[in-house]
Design a protein around this ligand. Structure first.
Ligand code: ZN
Length: 245
């Protein structure tokens, strides 16, 4: 019994450079989803920083071009709703841009998750165009039917799960600091796979999924201890290999 964990970061904010350096020092590789049009703009990782992270073994992938919103789910002040065809076009333009830079544009972590895909029809077009897709918690996708559901909507996956869509098991959150550790230990006990998601690190006091640096260091400690116990850290290409061209 050892279990597997995938550590993911959303949005490619500049603080993630230092978070990933600490993970590198502890032998953990992470998946970083960037919005390609935001790269190098204030507050976001530059291409040079991302190249360095890639050289350190982190997996730089697609989190759309502009972080578009399909207009479903809770209102998002300041965001404009756009149509599905334009959302899909946004994901695809990021794919080309990131692939041209030598990153993993074919591996998509959908912004706003399930809410930002136009139902099953949208999902099949996504799976046609992308090699692997990470959705959010509780995403009721055809490929996940029959998979192991625990604690309401949260999911663990079978070891070495090779489905092309996957959901998040747990998001780090200041309101429940033991949440990620609980899921890592559950995956470990069941020899299953859990997918963790982190957002910004270095918030002065923490806010929802944006955590303080101190909180992140306790997460790194938890992950490092799990690694020492034999938990395996995986990247998307360990589960769904790149297409051979
Ligand atoms: Zn995002």
């Amino acid at each position: 019994m050892s279990g597997q964990v995938m550590v993911t970061f959303d949005d490619g904010t500049e603080d993630q450079y230092h978070s990933c350096l600490v993970l590198t020092d502890n032998g953990v590789s992470a998946v970083v989803g960037v919005a390609s049009k935001l790269m190098g703009t204030p507050g976001f990782l530059s291409i040079e920083a991302l190249e360095h992270m890639k050289d350190d073994g982190h997996f730089i992938c697609n989190h759309s071009a502009t972080h578009p919103w399909l207009g479903k789910g809770a209102e998002k002040p300041g965001l404009t709703k756009i149509e599905w065809k334009d959302v899909l076009q946004d994901y695809e333009s990021a794919k080309d841009e990131l692939n041209n830079l030598g990153f993993h544009g074919d591996y998509l972590m959908v912004p706003f998750g399930t809410w930002n895909i136009d139902g099953e029809v949208g999902m099949s077009s996504i799976l046609e165009k992308f090699r692997w897709v990470r959705m959010t918690i509780g995403a009721p996708l055809p490929e996940q039917q029959g998979l192991w559901t625990v604690d309401g909507a949260k999911r663990l996956y079978p070891r070495n799960y090779s489905g092309r869509s996957i959901g998040i098991t747990a998001a780090v959150d200041i309101r429940d600091k033991s949440r990620t550790e609980r899921w890592v230990r559950t995956a470990e006990a069941a020899d299953a796979l859990c997918v963790l998601v982190y957002h910004r690190v270095g918030h002065p006091v923490g806010s929802g999924q944006d955590i303080t640096w101190e909180h992140f260091l306790s997460e790194v400690k938890m992950l490092t201890e799990a690694k020492e116990r034999g938990v395996e850290f995986v990247l998307p290409t360990d589960l769904v290999p790149e297409e051979t061209k």
